[in-house]
Design a protein around this ligand. Sequence first.
Ligand code: FAD
Length: 624
Amino acid sequence: MIWKTAHLQQRALESATELATRCISPQLLESSADRIHLAIVGGGPKGFYALQKLADSLRAETYLSRQIEIHWFNSDHNFGAARNFNTDQPEYLLINNCIGTIHCFSKSNLHKEKPEQALSLVDWIAYHKTENKSVRSLDFASRALVGHYLANTIMLFLTNLPTNIQVNMVVTTITQITENGRNYRIGISDSRWLLPFNYQSVLLATGHSYYSENRDLQTFADHASDVHYISSIYPVQQLDRIKAGVKVGILGMGLTFVDTVLALTEGRGGRFEENERALTYMPSGEEPATLYPFSRSNLPMLPRGPANKQQRYYLRFVTQEWADTLLQQCTVGIDFPEAISPVLEKEAQHAYYRTLSKDFSSSDSFIDRQIANIPQTERFSLKKLLFQPFCLIDQHAEDQHTNVVSYLRHTLEEAEKGELESPLMAAAAVWREAIPIIGQLYREGKLTAESHELFDQKYYGAFCRTAFGPPMENVRKILCLAKAGYIRFRFDSPPNVATDRTHNMFTISSNRQKLDTKVLIDARMPRPNVVAHHAALYQNLVKEGFAMPMVNGSYRPGCVQLTPHGQLVDSSGKATAIFVYGTPTEGFTLDNDSLSPDRNDFATPWAQFATHLIKQQNAIHYEA
Ligand SMILES: Cc1cc2nc3c(=O)[nH]c(=O)nc-3n(C[C@H](O)[C@H](O)[C@H](O)COP(=O)(O)OP(=O)(O)OC[C@H]3O[C@@H](n4cnc5c(N)ncnc54)[C@H](O)[C@@H]3O)c2cc1C
């Protein structure tokens, strides 16, 4: 079942509008010397988690006499849902993980006081649904529905705040932070002035706040008639300018590629009809002629089968004890290919062959011997799964399209079996299970410079391709569109994009294939690059010396340098009172692209830090 907003009571869908009416512009903020001010920049899920954790921490300090005012800034009115779970987006855009994995509470006081209000997504849908179907944790949902869940949860949170905490939701883009003695002042984009408040501490939860626009391609498109270069597809309505019947090149074959394809087909009135488990596409006539996806690897993502606690593969070698021992032994940096990769390989082979033989109880040495008896050329390996997956299904057609379609069809069948039945999906699940532990070995530049770079450039994308793909429903749609001729997987080696000024075209060419097109879409999610491609706020923080790019030996991962608790390190190497949480910490931490309130949790240390500062202020005020 895929839950959509049409399956819910109207009452559940009103919070997003109510939240928007509570927002104010920065000009309406009132200044009061008596109050203690804190700021959160970023109104998405992570900004909310930080707010929640701060409120929980302050609730425990019952004697605080001063009023605490939190300014929660977001670029638009979509607090909670933000961009990725925007409640206005089309319902065919789905979450990528099943609903059982989503909840927006950690250990909140609200939870303890009013457990009926701190609902997980599953319980929230069950509470508000009008559909006469039971809600299963393995179901999926539209991203818009999740946005409503977030907005509803925030409304409840705000109505339960203690009286000494005031939260102002302020719509503006923050571009600057400066120092004022021991406090901070904040600058906004729509004005030259700094807000008249002294903030004790600031938390940045700005999500994907960097861009991947290629200026040369953009300039070319701006000056050529009927040529379009789209550097980011969100909101998907911007794809409306692509005319029906044209050829479209799509750079990137991950989750954003899937959204792009759906927006250009289903989003244009096409329909998928199901007949005896086979999907047929009924076009609207508004679709582009053909979509040509390509990427460095030219490999599609594996479909993501739903997984919950009962139906998942559990690891044997990538354990907390293993990671602790490695951390103790490694004094000069961990070498990924030498120390981590072989253990992941062993884990994936055990997952594959134990699931194949349904033998989850024999000793590891017995399984090792079984695996060693299989000739290397025939043996499953993680390396094959990551980098040569077609050989796993014996698919070696001359034509890349045939290879990709066969691979997608095969992996979809495997995903439908589930990871306890499918050896391939069990092996693919290894990365999903391992990432919290590998993240401990990665964070804070613990890998050697060379292997940090190698991991970021080569391995991370390949692991995500196997473990964090789209829901099966979306892969079925991609396959159906490929069959109907709307998608053509043409490239089998890394293509190069150039511009042809004579014919006003983009030319995409690899060793053996070439494509001329007037429309090019960049469907990749950019990685942090604080020097070249970051939002003005981060560039200004670096310019003003409040932040510096992270350096691991000879390697710069692109993010800012942080302390182990998530504080920005300034250009003199000192920790500041500005914390960063979520996606902008990627490179210092690993795996922030999820709704988890606990993964790489720099919100809790920030809440504790801010509470400590407030206690100090409160004491000074009291003594005075
Ligand atoms: C298209 C897409 C789909 C995804 N789907 C899923 C999914 O299905 N499941 C899942 O677990 N994860 C998903 N993710 C991962 C996603 O990153 C997180 O789940 C979540 O959105 C991260 O929350 P966040 O608060 O860190 O960032 P965001 O949700 O991006 O929120 C950041 C907010 O900060 C604002 N902001 C940025 N800079 C400033 C500034 N200078 N001043 C003021 N405001 C600012 C932005 O406008 C934005 O509203 C998806 C990501 C993308 C891009």
